[in-house]
Design a protein around this ligand. Structure first.
Ligand code: PRE
Length: 249
């Protein structure tokens, strides 16, 4: 169960924001369910039936993640109208009850999360959820990579967004360092394979057709870079991998 995108903007006279308590979980589950069904078709329909969503929310460990609720305290008993849920690096949920959307509750919750995560945070939003994307862009979140949805339960293309915190250069460099860690591991693995295949070739010549095929396959995964640019990247990676293979005893 994932996503972040139920909320939109809104204005409520007496709004109270506070950390959630275990007794809030049933009302949180109902807000989640109502917000998700009202968001279709901008969001894909929920994969899990309501009883599973209720069980999932009831199982949240509030010591291991931060959950905040927004409630209307204007008159009588407070009414829970929205919530946000985040771990150290990700805003996992931000949902506002459909009856209270466009009243500033989503903005108030998001501001609270920003204050609690000054180093920044990421979130996933469905590509089709244009209202939520516009909401987050208005709140100075940046869109990062798009996925084809194969890694989420709904199998729907989504986008990573980031709020780069109070020091965006440091936050974004931190994210670059994370990706470069993975890229370093991949280059290490790839160079070992370039070296391993060499003895099995009829000739030591480079194979431009094979390199073009590799660039095309990469372009299918990274369309934003384009095949020509990726062909140049492949050329450098192969050149340096062959060079490193020649250095090894
Ligand atoms: O497949 C090969 O023939 C290799 O030598 C491997 C490799 C590569 O690293 O992918 C390296 C050089 C060739 O020009 C093409 C591909």
């Amino acid at each position: 169960m994932r996503p972040t995108d139920g909320s939109v903007d809104g204005s409520i006279e007496a709004l109270r924001l506070r950390p959630a308590a275990p007794g809030d979980l049933p009302a949180i589950a109902e807000v989640h369910l109502r917000a998700r069904s009202a968001a279709v078709p901008a969001m894909p329909a929920a994969v899990h039936p309501p009883h599973e969503a209720r069980e999932w929310v009831a199982g949240w460990d509030l010591a291991r993640q931060d959950v905040w609720v927004a409630e209307d305290v204007a008159d009588g008993a407070p009414v829970l109208l929205g919530y946000a849920r985040a771990d150290a690096a990700w805003l996992d949920d931000l949902y506002v009850d459909p009856s209270a959307q466009r009243g500033g509750i989503g903005s108030a919750l998001l501001d609270l999360v920003k204050a609690a995560r000054p180093d920044g945070f990421c979130l996933w939003v469905f590509e089709s959820n244009h209202p939520a994307r516009a909401f987050y862009r208005r709140h100075r979140l940046l869109e990062l990579e798009r996925t084809d949805g194969s890694a989420n339960e709904e199998r729907a293309p989504d986008l990573r967004m980031v709020w780069p915190g109070t020091d965006p250069l440091t936050c974004l460099r931190g994210l670059i360092d994370e990706v470069d860690g993975e890229l370093g591991d991949l280059l290490h693995r790839r160079a070992a394979l370039t070296r391993a295949v060499q003895p099995f070739k009829a000739s030591a010549q480079r194979d431009p057709d094979r390199e073009r095929q590799i660039a095309r396959a990469l372009a299918a995964r990274a369309p934003g870079l384009g095949e020509e640019r990726l062909a140049r990247i492949v050329h450098v990676v192969v050149t340096e991998s062959l060079d490193a293979a020649g250095d090894e005893p």
